[in-house]
Design a protein around this ligand. Sequence first.
Ligand code: GUN
Ligand code: FE
Length: 445
Amino acid sequence: VQKIAYRANILFFNEDPYFKETQEDALTFYKDGLLVLDLEKGTVIEAGSHEEMRIKHASVQISQEYKDKLIMPGFIDCHTHYPQTEMICSFASSLVNWLNTYTFPTEEQFKDINYAKKISQFYLNELLKNGTTTALVFATIHPESVAALFDEAIRLNMRIVTGKTMMNRNVPEFLQDTVEGSYRDSLNLIQSYHNVGRCLYSITPRFAPTSTQDQLNIAGQLKHNFPDTYIHTHLNENLQEVDQVKFLFPESENYLDVYDKSNLVHKQSVFAHCIHCTQPELDKLKQIQCGVAYCPTSNGFLGAGIFPYHQAVQNGINFGMGTDVGGGTDFGILRTLQDAYKFIMVNQQHVENRRPMTSFEGFYRATLGGCKALSLEHKIGKFLPGYEADFVVLDWCVNDIQRLRFENIEKRASSTQQSTVTFESLKLSTIKPGDDKYLLQDKLF
Ligand code: GUN
Ligand code: FE
């Protein structure tokens, strides 16, 4: 076996630190660790302390030393729209105005495969720069938009879950498909890309208001025919949308029930936002262990509301972080965590003893939490034998303030006080999965 190794401080989570009295019990940390990889398979052989690993793997060649840096599993973006790259942060007074003014005209451009290729390259490069190696991504109704993104993901060895957007009403005609057409296009893409390399297919009705019952049913039929594909859509993002769904689907008990009646609620279903869920909906999400994407930058930018973080964790909701670009305002998960932190605090304005989201909880959501939301926890998210060599390198001493804060790394990793760890000011260097080369980025966070 041809081995390769990276020397750095190493951190990954084994479980959610939220309920642990000592949060460090939820993670594995090696100060001056060594990550030993199988170069051919691109998998982890073992992670441990440098001292121990050098004895066990005497012949191993160390390809990179990152003395002051931290290796973590690659970040996971559980909900994002790559076609909205160019229109990120366009102002609008409501979700509907935003969709009509910016989103739909931008998405129309993806009928041109060359444009789709250009944005795919730009977008995936942006994810890697931000330390994201896995993402669940919206494309457009055009099959070309999906093919372009998958092709680029294969080239970069990234794990991308995407699929053709299905929508046949309540959007401009130039962005409507049909029930039969959406089935056929989705089927072709599943056969061409699902499980090819790290590509995975998600059946993607945009959200309930933009599909007829017939189209939702055909999406459910696809899921029945290809049970290991994903379902990806929006749920309970904003109050007007919730009202609209009540009006359009009067027979359904609630919003989630619309999807459930169409055979779209499964463990491998991922629902973006889930801000305004009723208790029966939360119960259902928990029961099925559906994935949920928490998208704080978008929820703030579009004024959708505040995701009930503590309620979600305490209700056993299976959620990870999503950027929701271009409703979201940043491509990076670290920035997204900063906003999450603030919203979680603001949401407790009437609580005397506010409970912040700790850094460990945040990094958990960015990695293993996201893996679980995307049902990938047996492939990535930990550095255990056989897991994929999917990791990023964080520079926690990117500037003088950070250096000051992180001077005593042991204190950071072994104390119950985590106040010294922030999501800010981390510089990333990203290693493409299974790839020896690395990009060192200068972008400050
Ligand atoms: N709901 C339906 N489509 C969209 C979208 O593109 N962005 C957001 N944030 N919400 C949506
Ligand atoms: Fe979205």
